[in-house]
Design a protein around this ligand. Structure first.
Ligand code: HEC
Ligand code: HEC
Length: 198
């Protein structure tokens, strides 16, 4: 609690500050709306980033040679590594354990052609701006233009696995139809990337 004698001073000062700020808002509508218009398109990427950052996606998109597991993205047990073709190393090939479907007895998740995303498609730790730029970079993403990216996220088996991950794993939080709407809104606006944070 503020002592009474301070309140007597503080409230008039507060009111004066609010009045000045209010007047500033009213007299500068142009600057305010320009700032809003500039901020709006970049925000279209935020809901897309929220899906890409979900552990069901990120666990296969590291920026090193180790797939991750679980919601805490711990390193894959059994010392599993990428290998030259992203399919595992010598006798620890991804598909020796991961088959075409989830195995609810062994808890091993599965989808056709299970393997790690190439290093150039690694996303761990990227901010929204970098993530957006990397996602769209055709020298890194396997030559996909924006339409092809949308198509990949609409129908690719490894992507869709994120919504039916089996076992007790949590699916990607945004339902897939809602994600498609958000993705298309971003793509239709010209796939704008948010500005890099200084
Ligand atoms: C089992 C591993 C695995 C999972 C899980 C996975 N991906 Fe991928 N992802 C890959 C592989 C492998 C490629 C490369 C595919 C290719 O080039 O044909 C890839 C490529 C991509 C690409 C194109 C590359 C780029 O950088 O733009 C996008 C987009 C993508 N994944 C999105 C997702 C999303 C969204 C999820 C989660 C809902 C997800 N992935 C989950 C393995 C995975
Ligand atoms: C020796 C068997 C084995 C091999 C080989 C193997 N995995 Fe796994 N993997 C598992 C098991 C078991 C789980 C489930 C762990 C759990 O949820 O308790 C798992 C889980 C995962 C997950 C976690 C999914 C999630 O979001 O929690 C990813 C990603 C993954 N593996 C990728 C790979 C990749 C990529 C390769 C090849 C480079 C590979 N694994 C090789 C057995 C294996």
């Amino acid at each position: 609690m503020m002592p009474l004698h301070l309140k007597r001073v503080a409230y008039p000062v507060l009111i004066a500050v609010l009045a000045v700020a209010g007047a500033a808002l009213i007299t500068t509508p142009k600057t305010a709306s320009v700032a809003f218009a500039e901020a709006a398109p970049a925000d279209l990427f935020a809901p897309v980033a929220a899906v890409l950052r979900h552990p069901r996606c990120m666990n296969c998109h590291p920026r090193d040679d180790r797939p991750r597991q679980g919601d805490d993205r711990h390193e894959h047990l059994q010392n599993i590594v990428r290998g030259e073709d992203n399919m595992g190393f010598v006798n620890a090939r991804c598909n020796s354990c991961h088959r075409d479907e989830n195995n609810d007895f062994s808890r091993v998740p599965g989808a056709p052609n299970w393997h790690l995303a190439p290093l150039s498609m690694g996303w761990h730790g990227l901010g929204d701006s970098e993530l957006c730029t990397a996602l769209k970079d055709e020298t890194k993403n396997g030559g996909k233009n924006v339409a092809a990216l949308v198509q990949h996220m609409k129908s690719d088996a490894l992507v869709l696995w994120g919504w039916k991950p089996g076992g007790t794993r949590a699916p990607v939080s945004t339902p897939h139809p809602q994600f498609m709407k958000e993705l298309k809104a971003w793509a239709d606006a010209g796939a704008p990337c948010p500005a890099a944070k200084p």
